[in-house]
Ligand binder design. Structure first.
Ligand code: ITT
Length: 194
């Protein structure tokens, strides 16, 4: 069975491949479609945005299973920011390095000591009947004062999971995929594919 994933983010796609390996599903990315454009993420919550992405891909793949995810990092010292704006925190076409630099700078200015944060992943799945299912995963931890490590993507170099001393980007992909927000959300969804 095919599962179409509504993401243009290759790092997310690689993680989904690892996390869904045991299901035997054939994962297809929106990038395999000619002229598919991601919809504007106009929602106010992770769930809203994941629904928008799932609905948009389902419109062109109505006879398939479709999955979308919206995710981000919420810093307690910044009242939950950047949250749903994580991918574009430093501007619409910002790179991971620019977004991460902005997060460290904002914490330095507004909240140098309160460094708790969490990653959130919200997954929405639509089946060929058009039924919709949603799942959430959370990973708590804290934000470092400087980037460390080379694996993963996004804010991984500045995030230390609770109970650890290294950043996600130092702990490596295998470790991340055991404990991440995305792993937890996928785990909760697995029953749909059994
Ligand atoms: P799609 O919408 O096409 O899936 P995207 O990267 O724009 O790709 P989001 O809108 O969900 O995805 O934004 C997620 C951002 O949150 C992502 O770009 C990172 O900056 C951050 N993020 C999410 N999960 C992360 C993770 O596991 N590690 C590090 N940063 C993460």
């Amino acid at each position: 069975m095919e599962l179409w994933i509504a993401t243009g983010n290759d790092h997310k796609m690689a993680e989904f491949r690892m996390l869904l390996q045991s299901t035997g599903l054939t994962l297809k990315s929106q990038k395999e479609l000619l002229a598919y454009f991601s919809p504007p993420e106009t929602g106010k919550t992770f769930l809203d945005n994941a629904k928008i992405k799932a609905k948009s891909l389902f419109a062109v793949k109505p006879d398939q299973w479709v999955m979308a995810e919206d995710s981000g990092i919420c810093a307690d010292g910044l009242s939950g920011q950047p949250g749903i704006y994580s991918a574009r925190y430093a501007g619409d076409n910002a790179t991971d390095v620019e977004n991460t630099a902005k997060l460290l700078q904002m914490l330095r200015i507004r909240s140098p000591t309160k460094r708790e944060a969490s990653f959130i992943s919200c997954i929405v799945i639509r089946n060929p009947k058009g039924e919709e299912f949603s799942f959430e995963g959370k990973l708590s931890g804290k934000i470092t004062e400087a980037a460390r490590g080379t694996t993963g993507f996004g804010y991984d170099p500045v995030f230390i999971p609770e109970g650890e001393t290294k950043t996600l980007a130092e702990l490596g992909d295998a470790f991340k995929n055991r404990i991440s927000h995305r792993a937890k959300a996928v785990q909760a969804a697995l029953h749909l594919f059994r």
